[in-house]
Design a protein around this ligand. Structure first.
Ligand code: ADP
Length: 303
């Protein structure tokens, strides 16, 4: 089942900025989906369209198989904006109880729900303190608790950890992994590629309103080179390999030839074949998300 689907989604703002052109996206139930792109790529515009804060110029966005404009979709999703703006005069517990009340949760259950969420985001000890005394990281965690108050099937996160220190960032990732294990679908916009790499099942890379790539890391990753191990290298092969960009390490009975790209690997394979060298092992290295990202975007067009 597709939790999010966009078809030919386009948004041109008043004034003529074309923020999104023909976005086709599918996010499946239970997956953690990373939505990436440089500044101005159209990520926030996409989120605002999904949340029905703005209307598309053309195309459609649907959540749970219903148009994004359908109010019933809102009950099934949670949203954490990039900068949370919480009512500072509440305590953490008070705020969550207030929102639980807005959602129609019975009075008796509000406190229990608030405590459960405060525990989950690591704010139990600060539950009674005023939000004005919370650090940015604590406010972000409380924002997440608020986004989870209706036990959403879909959680939309916009740059959730940009204000967090490394410790809080790791805690945040652990919470995401717990949500994922519980089957929540998560749509996460982030600049922090290593973070996306560690939690996301699939990613999409957007630039200037156009979808550049989408898929699992395995699908998107090309080979980033390889290390070839051989037993015996004749002198002529060593000489020929030295003329390539490969890095040769000669050891007693065994030698390794490190190739930093697919092109270098091809050069090496050609030499080895010419000299009839028997290959023991070829260990290929997959690309990191950072390599995939920079391979997908046109750096000249980064605004
Ligand atoms: P991202 O979130 O990836 O940084 P945005 O969706 O915020 O990208 O912006 C995409 C493009 O749309 C940018 O060129 C931005 O300047 C423009 N844009 C965003 N919001 C508005 C708006 N309300 N009015 C006019 N242009 C906008």
């Amino acid at each position: 089942m597709c939790v999010i689907r966009t078809e030919n989604l386009c948004k041109t703002y008043k004034g003529g900025t074309q923020a999104l052109c023909g976005l086709d996206l599918e996010v499946r139930a239970g997956e953690v989906f990373g939505f990436l792109g440089p500044n101005g790529a159209g990520k926030s515009t996409t989120i605002e369209l999904l949340l029905n804060f703005i209307r598309p110029t053309t195309g459609t966005a649907s959540l749970f198989g219903r148009p994004a404009a359908n109010p019933r979709t809102r009950q099934r999703l949670g949203y954490l904006p990039e900068s949370v703006n919480l009512h500072a005069y509440y305590s953490g517990r008070g705020l969550l109880e207030f929102y639980a009340g807005l959602l129609g949760i019975e009075r008796a259950d509000r406190r229990r729900r608030a405590e459960e969420l405060l525990e989950r985001v690591g704010l139990r000890d600060a539950a009674g303190r005023k939000i004005s005394q919370y650090s940015k990281g604590m406010q972000q965690r409380l924002g997440l608790a608020q986004a989870l108050i209706n036990d959403p099937e879909l959680l939309i996160l916009d740059e959730p950890t940009s204000n967090l220190d490394p410790v809080a960032r790791r805690d945040f990732r652990d919470i995401l992994l717990e949500l994922k294990a519980a089957g929540t679908t998560v749509f996460i916009c982030s600049h922090i590629l290593s973070e996306v790499e560690s939690v996301c099942d699939r990613v999409a890379i957007l630039q200037q309103g156009e979808l550049k790539r989408a898929g699992t890391l395995e699908e998107l990753s090309g080979s980033a080179g390889a290390t070839v191990t051989v037993k015996h290298l004749p002198a002529g092969a060593i000489e020929a390999l030295s003329a390539t960009e490969a890095r040769l390490t000669l050891r007693g009975g065994e030698s390794t030839i490190a190739c930093d790209s697919q092109a270098v690997l091809q050069d090496v394979e050609r030499v080895l074949e010419e000299w009839g060298v028997e290959v023991e092992q070829v260990e290929t290295r997959m690309q990191s998300l950072e390599e995939i990202f920079f391979g997908a975007i046109d750096r000249e067009r980064v605004s």
